[in-house]
Design a protein around this ligand. Structure first.
Ligand code: MG
Length: 259
């Protein structure tokens, strides 16, 4: 270890955060926006058959799950740009939902409506602002690193009042490399002028956030808000710290220690 570098388990100089479902309740917003959209376009109408609407919503969320991971992966791999991904995801959804009326809908218009609706539902989790303030007061830098389109993600952060994080950050759509590729984490460390071992990465997904950041030599923190079963530790290089909320990022007089 180079002289002056952080000792194992020592204080960290910066924390990088994933955005979706780490800082911002993306899953909740996406679900609410899809429900709004589908009920408005295909629902039985106010005061009509609520059982049919429940069935419709179940089919919609099932279909969205089927298509969204696949299409988003095509974006992160660079096969589609962000806007192409949005259009192709909606077109695939309108086929997958298995409602004849859905095939008559204009997928571009539907995506525009969904996009507008989701921005109305985005919220930062309640533990975010206190954690960011606590880290900054201790002199620890905070930034975001996200598999997303930069302008889209900055707009989202600004919409939930995290404008200061929107001013910079690392986005796969801008950098041409995506999590879990360790290169995106190394690139962020290099641009921050810090060794990877000085950085913690906090994210909700074991596969992309934990394994990617661990492989790059950062200190991985798995934010397990949902209380999921912990995957096999063996695939991660070194120890993984697990937290249930950002309140567990505790700073003492020496700084932030993990584990
Ligand atoms: Mg996430």
């Amino acid at each position: 270890m180079p002289e002056g570098g952080p000792r194992p388990g020592g204080p960290l100089s910066a924390v990088l955060f994933d955005v979706d479902d780490t800082l911002i309740d993306f899953a909740g917003a996406a679900r609410a926006a899809l429900s709004d959209l589908v009920l408005a376009a295909l629902g039985a109408g106010p005061g009509r058959d609520t059982t049919a609407d429940q069935d419709l919503l179940e089919a919609a969320h099932r279909a969205w799950r089927q298509v969204s991971e696949r299409e988003y992966t095509r974006f992160t791999l660079g096969e589609l740009d962000f806007d192409q991904m949005r259009r192709s995801r909606m077109a695939a959804f309108l086929q997958a939902i298995d409602r004849p009326a859905a095939r008559e809908l204009d997928h571009e218009l539907m995506e525009q409506r969904r996009h507008e609706a989701i921005f109305g539902h985005f919220r930062a989790f309640a533990d975010v602002r206190p954690a960011l303030d606590r880290l900054r007061r201790a002199g620890i830098a905070v930034h975001v690193l996200s598999n997303s389109d930069g302008p889209h993600q900055r707009a989202k952060l600004a919409a939930v009042g995290l404008d200061e994080l929107a001013a910079d950050g690392f986005y796969s759509g801008d950098l041409g490399v995506a999590k879990p590729d360790p290169q995106i984490f190394r690139l962020a460390a290099e641009r921050l002028g810090r060794a990877p071992a000085e950085l913690a990465y906090v994210g909700d997904r074991w596969d992309v956030d934990v394994l990617g950041s661990a492989a790059a030599g950062l200190a991985p923190v798995w934010l397990n808000r949902a209380g999921l079963a912990r995957p096999d530790q063996a695939a991660a290089a070194g120890a993984v710290v697990q937290i249930a909320t950002l309140d567990e990022l505790v700073v003492d007089a020496d700084g932030l220690h993990l584990g």
